[in-house]
Design a protein around this ligand. Structure first.
Ligand SMILES: Nc1ncnc2c1ncn2[C@@H]1O[C@H](COP(=O)(O)OP(=O)(O)OP(=O)(O)O)[C@@H](O)[C@H]1O
Ligand SMILES: O=C(O)[C@H](O)COP(=O)(O)O
Length: 407
């Protein structure tokens, strides 16, 4: 990687210096805001430990979820607690991101101390990449480290803007490791290459499929994204979560149903196998069930919500995984957090574990699903980035990486 990393910082650049470290602590939470998977926190430990050992004063900044303003459910306090346990040392936490309370807490830091700021997305300025906000963040520290691979595809104030005002701006060890691994693995992948896409961030990820069609031999779709493709073809989607349009930052609207049809046509033209669910597991509400309904075909009855792929789809997707030599997976096949609707996700995970293909699973919830399925050791790589790994594998330049100092 041609970017400077924390390894390049000598003792004089670290001891006593305030390091603003962007991490991706966007971890899955349950209904009572308890962390259900701490993979992303553990993944940031090497960089944090290296900075502590070097005598830096570590100021961590992260987002959690997609809040609209301050939201008590999405505070980072449980993360500070978990991080403290993992580091075996206290982690101070402030309830703001900028302002007097934060400045006071930063002033109190001693060499080797760790402070976690509040959820940076409580400020809309973060996602707008507002220069004044970025400047205020930058003013808290003497150097910037970006270790948030999972958020490196976002040009936000704490991932991109801040590096304009704070130098040195270097990559953390996780960011470096992810870029090196993914870069090498996909230089000339063994074919056939399969992309498995699912999850809930439909409007974000459906827009990545076009580029992906030029890189892969087959795509299988599960999760909520599947219903956009089915609806576009006139198949009933019942009460399932189904995104049909999205508004871009510039205010223009994208018709996702039209996009879905265009993608299906392009896949056909390019000879890319494109598989969609042929049956589903459903419920009449967003809740678990010991006995989910199974639809006889791809249509979802009125009032029913598809929460997982069905058994016939599962078999199709498992067969596709077994045929592939390289598999990239982002997004669970269903609401795997509910045991009755975890079958499709775990079946695909099991197939990956049993195959000897190169397998890369990426994303906060996808990594958590792999962990829950007990297959992490049988995968080639578990990336902390979902959207980020997809965009990187497509050959896009990640803004959070581009902003850093050259090596
Ligand atoms: N059929 C469905 N209906 C509603 N939600 C679904 C469905 N299938 C999957 N999901 C939800 O999708 C979520 C995960 O999607 P997401 O796109 O965030 O994946 P990810 O692996 O976390 O990737 P990233 O790191 O990019 O966020 C899970 O919480 C899961 O419950
Ligand atoms: O979970 C992720 O993919 C990252 O934390 C980025 O989150 P975002 O999609 O809300 O920007």
């Amino acid at each position: 990687m041609a970017k400077k990393t924390v390894d390049a910082l000598g003792a004089a650049e670290l001891r006593g210096k305030r390091a603003l470290v962007r991490v991706d602590f966007n971890v899955p939470l349950d209904e009572s805001a308890q962390i259900t998977d701490d993979t992303r926190i553990r993944a940031a430990l090497p960089t944090i430990r290296q900075l502590i050992d070097g005598g830096a004063r570590v100021i961590l900044v992260s987002h959690l979820g997609r809040p609209k303003g301050f939201d008590d459910q999405l505070r980072l306090s449980p993360v500070a607690k978990r991080l403290g346990e993992l580091l075996s040392k206290p982690v101070a936490k402030v309830d703001d991101v900028i302002g007097p309370e934060v400045e006071e807490a930063v002033k109190k830091l001693q060499d080797g101390d760790v402070l976690l700021l509040e959820n940076v997305r409580f400020y809309p300025e973060e996602e707008k990449n507002n220069p004044e906000f970025a400047q205020k963040l930058a003013s808290l520290a003497d150097l910037y480290v970006n270790d948030a691979f999972g958020t490196a595809h976002r040009a936000h104030a704490s991932t991109e803007g801040v590096a304009r005002y704070l130098r040195p701006a270097v990559a953390g060890l996780l960011l470096q490791k992810e870029l090196e691994y993914l870069g090498k693995a996909l230089e000339s992948p063994e074919r056939p290459v399969l992309a498995i896409m699912g999850g809930a961030k439909v409007s974000d990820k459906i827009q990545l499929i076009q580029n992906m069609l030029t890189k892969v031999d087959s795509i299988v779709i599960g999760g909520a994204m599947a219903y956009t493709f089915l609806k576009a073809q006139g198949i009933a989607t019942g009460a399932s979560r189904c995104e049909t349009s999205t508004t871009k930052k510039d205010g223009t609207t994208i018709d996702l149903l039209k996009l879905a049809l265009d993608l299906l046509a392009e896949a056909k033209e390019r000879g890319v196998t494109f598989l969609l669910p042929v049956d589903h597991r459903t419920n009449d509400k967003f809740a678990d069930s010991d006995t989910p309904n199974v639809t006889p075909d791809a249509n979802i009855p009125e009032g029913q919500m598809a929460l997982d792929i069905g058994p016939k789809t599962e078999a199709l997707y498992v067969a596709e995984v077994k045929k592939a030599r390289t598999v990239i997976w982002n997004g669970p096949m269903g609401v795997f957090e509910l045991p009755g609707f975890s079958h499709g996700t775990f079946a695909v995970a099991q197939a990956l574990a049993e195959s000897d293909n190169l397998s890369i699973v990426g994303g906060g919830d996808s990594a958590s699903a792999a962990e829950k399925a007990g297959i992490v050791d049988q995968l080639s790589h578990v990336s902390t980035g979902g959207g980020a790994s997809l965009e990187f594998l497509e050959g896009k330049i990640l803004p959070g990486v581009a902003a850093l100092d050259e090596a």
